[in-house]
Write a protein that binds this ligand. Sequence first.
Ligand SMILES: C[S@@+](CC[C@H](N)C(=O)[O-])C[C@H]1O[C@@H](n2cnc3c(N)ncnc32)[C@H](O)[C@@H]1O
Length: 328
Amino acid sequence: MELPAALRQAVDTLLEGVPLATLKQAAETLSQRYRAETRDGRLHLADDLAAKAYLATRLPATYAAVRASFTAVEDARNDFVPRTLIDVGAGPGTALWAARDCWPHLAEAALLETSPAIRAIGSDLARHAAPVASTYLAADVTGRWPDLQAADLVTLAYVLDELPPAEIEPLIDRLWALTGDMLVIVEPGTPAGWQRILAVRTRLLTQGAHLIAPCPHREPCPLTEPDWCHFARRVARSRLHRLAKGGDVPWEDEKFIFIAASRHPARAAAAARVLAPPQTASGRVRLKLCEADGNLRDQSLTRRDGNAFKVARRLDWGDALPALPPST
Ligand SMILES: C[S@@+](CC[C@H](N)C(=O)[O-])C[C@H]1O[C@@H](n2cnc3c(N)ncnc32)[C@H](O)[C@@H]1O
């Protein structure tokens, strides 16, 4: 997955003239802070350099994760056509760009962000996101919020891990209150990220939300540690991305987890979700499935299963399954 061309060009322009060694050092510091989930009272994106390191090394991956989460929403709710967006902890506007790509009727976006450095960069990028009229609002979402009308789509991507755990529940309630239709929350695909999403899921269910994706049911999550639910997207690395990260391959795999919940039920309810890369060998495919009855199932199909096998071998990690056709 790649960034939309207009965003990629605007990012390249912002990164022009930043010395590579400086960017590399800032990227390393940022990466250590994210890996350790450092909460020392300082913002990770506290200054212009950290914000630019984020553009070079994290934006492509978080974009891919958010965009993939939106695809799952679109698959389940093809009647959902958002015109308004509220994105919280917006950073450079990742969710705005992904929503604009997924839903061309998006017209207005309010982007809440506490860091002045990334707010300045995000506002600059958002000028290229026509036809969406975007407004960045300075807000620490653990404190006082600006007055906002509910939006069709509300998003929170890669933010929960930066907040004190006690702030999560009140934040989810606030986001849900602002949700006209769909709320999408994305986190890193780590065991800790999954635990946070599980807590969000529980909270949203008590609020009466309909789960849209990835869970095909409202039952307790059937996965148990050390296993955890997550998905992955392959992200193309630009030359600068590669140099700033010191990696040699032109891609990386971003692991992520998300939850999409709505005030309306899914139109195309999934019979199951594929929870791991399907294992294929000649004439056989093995699927790890989370099923609509709340159970986990390891399903093997062979050529003898006819149509069901044909459907199964086209499936990918993260796909929703309609009911598999009966074996023929
Ligand atoms: C990892 S970045 C994610 C940015 C963007 N959502 C994305 O997916 O690429 C987390 C963002 O949340 C912002 N943030 C952290 N705590 C916040 C708070 N209390 N209020 C508002 N924004 C916050 C950070 O400044 C940062 O821009």
